[in-house]
Write a protein that binds this ligand. Structure first.
Ligand SMILES: Nc1nc2c(ncn2[C@@H]2O[C@H](COP(=O)(O)OP(=O)(O)OP(=O)(O)O)[C@@H](O)[C@H]2O)c(=O)[nH]1
Ligand SMILES: Nc1nc2c(ncn2[C@@H]2O[C@H](COP(=O)(O)OP(=O)(O)OP(=O)(O)O)[C@@H](O)[C@H]2O)c(=O)[nH]1
Ligand SMILES: [Mg+2]
Ligand SMILES: [Mg+2]
Lengths: 272, 291
């Protein structure tokens, strides 16, 4: 962006392009630019204008903080390859460091070496993992994990699921079943679903969010791979339309590469 | 749909006549919106809209078409020609082992695609060897071994040794076991990770590959150009593979990566199963992007 002091139509065009290039999407960008024009009548320098725009974006994100009560069951869902299994390793590490007893459920019984992968994470963190053979029914793995969680007085049971495209009806039905199993078999637990979203994803993220919300009513997003050059602007549209907050961000492949989401840091990064 | 929106814009232009600059400008607003919503990079969209405008203004509307259909026809032609006007296959070595390296961001589908490609080539009479050069991701080697086992294809591994050494040794292994294609599965990495990008250059120099293919998730957004440009700058990419096209993403990233690298899109991943790999057809992708 040119740092000319005067604000003109070109300034607004450049800001609009910045938002589009950050994957904010056409619709949300138009809405933001309208609000910006309304609220910037008195503004005559670029820095102030950017601050107004940043504040408008921050307003889209729900103000509530992460709410987890115990015992908790966390169902981790999302499309293929977004970082579910890795994020579960990071989450288990974080909760264990907070003194919580964590159990992992290896309910991705479909993909090659999915259980092996989660097991390595479980060993790195030092938490128990409940697993069956490849091809087993995911619901039975989850069932056993809930049973073990109750018996071992676990504070948190985190359930890994197979990546699946939100357009596959049978796979989404399987997910709904897992969600029901959580509620049915452990009604006294706080059942929370989290959707993992890859920050490099474009407008398809909105379609993903809608379908996963319908299936498992997820409460928060884990936005991964923000250590790349993608800005993850699709999180803004999702916050605006579905009122769902981002709980955590993934900033790398290591065990400590998970941070709590900060709307201010997030928007600042878009304007770098 | 775009056709309907353009239809509304042009409904004043009844019957014959040339497409006026004003009408085309308004139509291009809709085309721009459609392409951005399809995740085509905004700079690529700018160039495209410029070219389509140039071709459209002053155009005589053909007898058989409405003005809207005329513009759609031009848009489709520009998209298809940008996509690469015909299908493209693997360039096999004429005298020796063909080496293919799969590269790309984390989670884009490389390991699965390595298996799919191995299966496709073996159905075509080749004897592929899959090479486990991802020594970082937990159970990555196991993943490729499970895939190889399901397909009855050999998998070469040296455990967690230097991927450059693994790649070099895999060629000797291929020769010894009469394999004529080597498919190297590499670790997912960021285009801005100097060390890991250098690792790829080293692997490439060591095996003197015939094909280096960038595996791209078809739901990638605007960042696709940054990734593709950087990979293309550091490596002599020869092709692109677009994955997860069995979803409902419009796949505009395909246009962006093609525009920025000039590399042909050779294959598309159409599912998680190991037989879900298809040849890429430019016209099909063009109409998918247009929605
Ligand atoms: N750079 C970076 N890579 C990440 C991040 N999170 C996950 N990854 C990488 O992304 C790839 C995919 O991660 P997985 O955890 O296997 O993803 P998944 O969603 O479980 O994948 P499926 O189970 O196959 O659907 C791996 O190479 C991870 O190391 C992140 O925040 N940053
Ligand atoms: N639906 C669908 N899923 C796919 C396709 N290709 C790969 N996948 C899935 O995407 C996820 C990631 O695939 P991988 O092969 O592990 O990706 P990768 O690029 O090797 O990942 P890293 O090695 O961590 O960088 C897995 O769940 C695959 O089954 C495809 O064409 N369609
Ligand atoms: Mg996984
Ligand atoms: Mg892999």
């Amino acid at each position: 962006l040119k740092f000319t002091k005067k604000i003109d139509e070109e300034t607004f065009d450049e800001l609009e392009e910045l938002l589009i290039s950050a994957d904010v999407g056409v619709c949300t960008t138009q809405e933001l630019m309208e609000r910006l024009r309304e609220n910037s009548k008195k503004i005559n320098n670029l820095e102030e204008l950017k601050t107004v725009l940043k504040d408008e974006i921050i307003n889209f994100f729900p103000k509530e903080s992460i709410s987890l009560t115990f015992p908790a069951v966390i169902l981790v869902v999302g499309v293929n390859g977004v970082g579910k299994t890795t994020s579960i390793g990071k989450l288990a590490n974080r909760y264990k460091a907070e003194g919580k007893k964590v159990i992992l459920a290896a309910a991705d019984t479909f993909r090659a070496a999915a259980v092996d992968q989660l097991e390595i994470w479980g060993n790195r963190v030092g938490v128990d993992i409940i697993k069956h053979k490849e091809g087993a029914d995911p619901a039975s793995v989850l069932f056993d994990a809930l049973k073990a969680g109750k018996a071992r007085k676990a504070d948190i049971i985190i359930c890994d699921t197979a990546g699946r495209l939100h357009t596959k009806k049978n796979l989404m039905a399987e997910l709904k079943k897992l969600y029901r199993v959580c509620h049915k078999e452990y009604p006294e637990a706080n059942v929370t679903s989290l959707m993992v979203l890859d920050a490099t994803t474009g407008q398809n993220a909105l379609s993903q969010a809608r379908m996963f919300k319908e299936a498992v009513d997820f409460s928060g997003i884990i936005l991964t791979k923000l250590d790349g050059t993608a800005k993850g602007g699709i999180a803004i549209a999702i916050a605006s339309e579905l009122k769902i907050p981002v709980w955590y961000i993934g900033i790398g492949e290591g065990i400590n590469d998970l941070q709590e989401f900060s709307p201010q840091d997030f928007v600042d990064a878009i304007f770098i | 749909s775009l056709t309907n929106k353009l239809g509304d814009i042009f409904k004043k232009l009844r019957g014959k006549g040339k497409l006026s600059e004003a009408d085309v400008k308004q139509a291009m607003r809709e085309v721009r919106l459609a392409l951005l919503e399809a995740d085509v990079n905004f700079k690529v969209v700018k160039d495209l809209v410029f070219r389509i405008t140039e071709r459209s203004v002053g155009q005589e509307v053909m007898d058989s078409l409405t003005p809207a259909q005329q513009v759609i026809k031009i848009v489709n032609e520009e998209l298809t020609s940008l996509m690469g006007s015909k299908e493209s296959r693997i360039n096999f070595s004429s005298k020796d082992i063909t080496t293919i390296i799969l590269v790309g961001l984390q989670g884009s589908g490389k390991t699965t695609t390595a298996g799919k490609l191995g299966r496709l080539l073996s159905k075509g009479g080749k004897r592929p060897l899959l090479v486990a050069a991802d020594i970082y991701r937990p159970a990555a080697i196991t993943q490729l071994q499970v895939v190889g086992e399901k397909l009855g294809l050999p998998v070469f591994t040296m455990g967690q040794q230097d991927p450059v050494n693994i790649s070099r040794a895999s060629l000797e292994y291929a020769r010894k076991h009469n394999c004529d294609v080597v498919i190297i599965d590499t670790a997912g990495r960021l285009h801005i990770d100097d060390e890991l990008m250098n690792e790829l250059s080293e692997i490439n120099k060591t095996v003197n590959s015939n094909e280096i293919m960038l595996v791209v998730d078809s739901m990638t957004g605007q960042d696709a150009v940054n990734v593709a440009a950087e990979f293309n700058k550091r490596l002599p990419l020869t092709g692109l593979i677009l994955t997860k096209l069995d979803g409902d993403s419009r796949g505009g990233a395909a246009l962006s990566v093609k525009a920025v690298t000039g590399c042909p899109i050779k294959y598309v991943g159409m599912g998680e199963k190991l037989d879900d790999l298809e040849i890429f057809y430019p016209e099909r992708m063009a109409s998918r992007i247009l929605g």
